[in-house]
Each structure stands twice: as structure tokens, then as C-alpha cells.
Design a binder for this molecule. Sequence first.
Ligand code: HEM
Length: 441
Amino acid sequence: MEGIPGSLGWPIVGESFSFLSDFSKITLSMSYDFNLSNLYGCCFSPSNKNIYGKVFKSFVRGRFTVFMTGREASKILLTGKDGIVSLNLFYTGQQVLGPTTLLQTTGEAHKRLRRLIGEPLSIDGLKKYFHFINTQAMETLGQWQGRKVLVLEEASTFTLKVIGHMIMSLEPSGEEQEKFRSNFKIISSSFASLPFKLPGTAFHHGIKARDRMYEMLDSTISRRRSGQEFQQDFLGSLDNILTLLVAGHDTTTAALTWLIKFLGENPIEEHRQIVINRKSGTDLTWAEVNNMPYTAKVISETLRRATILPWFSRKASQDFEIDGYKIKKGWSVNLNVVSIHHDPEVFPDPEKFDPSRFDETLRPFSFLGFGSGPRMCPGMNLAKLEICVFIHHLVNRYNWRPLEKDNSVQPTLVRMPKNKYPIIKLQTNNRRKDSTEKCCI
Ligand code: HEM
């Protein structure tokens, strides 16, 4: 790694400690112009440009890692032409998800698994879940009456009910839902933990929770096999259930929470108009939810500004070169997406939340909210559907006020507000005639 700027730190531990310490201090305004040693400090920062440019090396968590940014690097790494890179999961994640996870497969096997999950996650495939999603959004919001709410917790409960229903037709409340929820939380926090499988460690708890989760799935599968139960859910069509849960749950929860935070500062009109234009019926329809162009831009701007997955990690499967830097087989290469999303040349005044940035089509590889190339997010239609439905009912029903002014970000793989975004409802919006009001006010 001699030709690459940066340092590898101490023997054995490398820069892991300063990395973790920097990681726990991040706030949303630290997107490109700050000096944290190795985290996002590369790239477009005016102050750092001359130090690191677009590339630096480090040794973190036992891996020789090159951090990179820029559209050129993202094109090479994300298209992964000729199999030059594979996805780079933490050892603990690999163990928890197992060798057949979509995240560990490449080439033809990867394409085959993508095809399997593609249909149920397509817009047409999602139509049959719309009613459930709509009902859950209304019920979740119905419970916000007159109390302080942690938006992140609420968003998590809502999205977990949706995915539990889609995957295995789980009832939205009751003992099974609780079991599902608690096992998932343990799995999720073990995903990037330290790789010691000793009793008491997060990794050990994660493996145990994974086994309990599979027991739940197994007993549902055997009920199906014995003909006692028939449901049209994912279980019938796929073997990557835990992967979808891990990849889809925290990301959608975080996106919904950040979006509600940004909306508090930038009100949205589109949803009132939808209700005013509604000629017949009282409830949100499938056609309406598929025609929310401004909300679609708000979602993109949220994913840009919050950059829920701050870097995409790949492992070099062969030697190759990016921007003149030689990358050797076996190295980790992390694409820094926060700085790509805050490049002032593509997004002027990058700290500002401004959905109109997405009025025009952007240059390829400058916006990576759902990634790009063969590993682009297969769950994006589902995520957008959940967000559009929830936001529609939220803004039509409530005004709210944040209880804290804090932009700190949780030091986890998926960026979420550290304080879970506490709010208090100010008043109920009574102007609208949709069924959310009828059912819950
Ligand atoms: C707003 C919510 C979401 C965001 C921001 C998001 C973002 C992303 C991004 C950026 C990637 C590519 C990562 C990379 O290239 O390294 C990705 C991959 C993936 N996402 Fe999502 N995602 C979301 C929701 C979902 C949902 C709801 C599901 C499934 C139910 C899902 C399943 C997956 C899977 C399985 C992959 C890996 C694909 C592969 O390796 O071929 N995601 N997601």
C-alpha cells in the first residue's frame, strides 16, 4: 500500500481505536468539511483535499482497507465488471447470515437469487401488500395521540410488522410478533460486532437469536408442508429471508425517521392536494400512492442528505487500478458515499435539504441512495411504498414538534439519529376527509 496516502496505525490494532472513536462522534453536519482522521475526511473537503485527495489507506478491524470516493471509483466498484470485486461482509455478518446468503454469492448464483426475490419486490408484486401496509401505518399513527413519541422506535415497529407479514404472514401483534421482534433486534446488533463467539458476547447472542428465528421459520414451513396452512407470502418463494430482514429493516426504519425529521423543517403540500383531489372513496388508493412525484424527490433528498449507508464495502477479487492507484487482490475497498452525496459540484450548498435537486436527471454515479449496478437495492420499491403510505397519513393527520435539537448520528452501520428523534404532537389536522381521521380521531 506504499503508494497510497494515509497511515496503517499501530501493529495488530491498526487505526481501529481512533476509527471507532471518530465514528461515535459523527453528526449530520459532518458530511464533507471536517477533519476526522479517516472516516469521511477524504475527498471533497476543501481543507483535506490536499492531504488525502480522493483516496487513503488504513488498517481497521483486521483489514487492510482503502477508502475511496468519486464517481470514477463508484463506477468501477459498483458495476464490478469482470468480477473484480465482491461484497465485503464482516465475519460476524457472514456467520449469522450463512454461506447461502445473497450477499455472499457472486456471478450466476447471485443473478439467480436476485431473480427469485425480484418478482415479489416488484411494484406489481407489492400491490397485494398495500392494504396491510396502509392499515399498519394508520394504526401506528393512531397510537401517537397525546404522548411523546420516539420516531425511530415507531418506524421500526411499523416496518418490522410489514416485513414479518410479507415474509411469513406473521400477525401484527401477539406473542409470535414479539418473539420475531426481539430475535431480530439481537441479530441486528450482532451483525458488525467483534468476532468472539464466547457466551455473553453480541456475536454469541446473535447466533442464538438466528437459530431461534430459523426455528420459527421451520415450524411455519412444516405447517405449510403438512397442508395445515396456505399463505401467499415470501416463504413460498425464497430462501434468503434473514438477508432481506437484515438488509431491509434498519435501512427503511432509518429512512423513514430521517425523512420525518427533514419534513419537520420543510413542510410538504402534495398529500393535502391528493385528499382534496380525491373524488370518490375516502382512503388512500394504490393509484394515488404510485403518483407522488414530490414525495419521491423528498425520499431521494433524504437518502442523499442522511446517506443511510455511509460507505459500500467491497473486497478485491483480483488486482486492478482506480484513479491511478493499484489495488491488490484481497484488500477491502470502501466507497465513501457521504462525500459523493455532498460533492458541491454536483449538489451546490450540499448541507441544505432541497428536493428540487432531483427535478433534473443527475449524472450517473452521483446519487447512490439505493446503490447502483448489479447489487443495487432490490427492496427499493417496498421501502418507497412504506414511506409514501406512512407519510401520507402522518402529514394529513398531525403537526408535530421535535423535542430536542440534536444532529448526532448513531455509530452503527446504518446511520440513524442518535436520540431516536423524539417528537410531540402539537395538534390534529382536521381539515382532511380521509379515513385515517374516521378511524382514529
Ligand atoms: C430506504 C430503505 C433502503 C435503503 C436506503 C437501501 C439501500 C441499499 C443500498 C445502498 C444497497 C447497495 C449496497 C452496496 O452496493 O454495497 C442495498 C442493497 C440491498 N438491499 Fe436495500 N435499501 C433499503 C431497503 C431495502 C429493503 C426494504 C430490502 C428488502 C426487503 C432491501 C434489501 C437489499 C438487499 C438484499 C441488498 C443486497 C443486494 C445484492 O447484494 O445484490 N433493501 N440497499
